[in-house]
Design a protein around this ligand. Structure first.
Ligand code: SF4
Ligand code: SF4
Ligand code: SF4
Length: 314
């Protein structure tokens, strides 16, 4: 459903009214998205990655992102830990082993590919009050710029600090992050990064199969992997799963609980919405922001015909 500005005001008015008359916390409960049993995911075996950055390049090209200042052949960029931003939906980082004295095959750097984890119960989706971010049945968490009001709650909510914002774009800024190549998957294709990887680091498939593969690898290569599939349980599970030979907290992964953050915060949210008049102010303010944002976007489209970036789901 496309929420036009007029619809937004109607809906916000109705919601505000509802918040005043309905004091049952359960009535405002957010539901965890229904995840198809066989939704897609990717298993990243970090022990195979050589840090060639071809996945970064393929992602940038598929999504028509700007070329980086330094070429994708430049390996010195790996010496500094990087984050995804509005021009890079995925980055490779390099981590040196912590225990050099222990002479095992592990004494080589670990290269880790980061991107949106496409959580099963995404905090960004829960935080977005206008439904600009949605969890799809195939596992992707996708963004609809036409609904976004630029509040950036999604950025605050994400436990992996993934969504980036186009601060450099004052008129039509958008939130940017990995789309899990939503349209390609829908059309029976592969994510660009998984397709291009020369080392088969990234296995794309149905999540139950990926978990089976991960367990098979761990069983058949004793001592190679730490006994942990990152993303199997973190924040309620994620579509992207990882295997590694080093403890995950030493290679850039946050230590997180198993409960999805939206399930932890909903009690607080319900309390707030039950007892405060905040919804009136909040919806009025956000409605104003949405109208201005929409007006500016409309102005730019009329003057330039530009729609690039919107619904960028390839
Ligand atoms: S393309 Fe494959 S091997 Fe190269 S950096 Fe990406 S994940 Fe690693
Ligand atoms: S990693 Fe962050 S941006 Fe990606 S789905 Fe999870 S909460 Fe949303
Ligand atoms: S799944 Fe697609 S959007 Fe996400 S990192 Fe890979 S190529 Fe980029």
């Amino acid at each position: 459903m496309d929420i036009s500005r007029r619809h937004f005001f109607k809906i916000s008015g109705a919601l505000t009214a509802a918040s005043l008359v309905n004091t049952d916390p359960a009535a405002q409960a957010t539901q965890a998205p229904a995840i198809a049993e066989d939704s897609y995911g990717c298993l990243v075996d970090t022990t195979l990655c050589v840090g060639c950055r071809k996945c970064e390049q393929a992602c940038n090209e598929r999504h028509h992102l700007p070329k980086p200042n330094e070429s994708f052949e430049e390996m010195t960029v790996l010496e500094n830990e990087r984050r995804m931003d509005e021009t890079s939906y995925t980055v490779i980082n390099k981590y040196y082993p912590k225990h050099i004295g222990t002479l095992t095959w592990r004494n080589r750097p670990t290269f880790v590919k980061f991107q949106c984890m496409h959580c099963n119960d995404p905090s960004c989706v829960s935080a977005c009050i206008v439904g600009a971010l949605t969890k799809q049945e195939n596992g992707s968490v996708i963004y609809d710029a036409s609904k976004c009001i630029g509040c950036r709650y999604c950025m605050v909510a994400c436990p992996f600090q993934v969504p980036a914002y186009e601060y450099h774009n004052p008129l039509t800024p958008e939130v940017r992050k990995c789309t899990f190549c939503y349209q390609s998957i829908k059309d029976g294709g592969l994510p660009a990064c998984a397709q291009v990887c020369p080392r088969e680091v990234i296995t794309f498939g149905k999540k139950p199969e990926l978990l089976k593969l991960a367990r098979w690898k761990m069983k058949n290569h004793p001592g190679k992997y730490v006994d942990h599939i990152y993303g199997e349980y973190e924040v309620g599970g994620t579509s992207w799963l990882y295997l590694a030979s080093e403890p995950f907290e030493t290679i850039g992964f946050p230590k997180l609980g198993t409960k999805a953050p939206p399930r932890l915060t909903e009690t607080i949210q319900h309390g707030l919405f039950q007892y405060f008049a905040a919804p009136i102010i909040l919806y009025a303010a956000l409605g104003g922001i949405m109208w201005i944002t929409g007006y500016l976007k409309g102005t730019k489209e009329v003057s330039t015909g530009e729609t690039a970036g919107r619904g960028d789901l390839r």
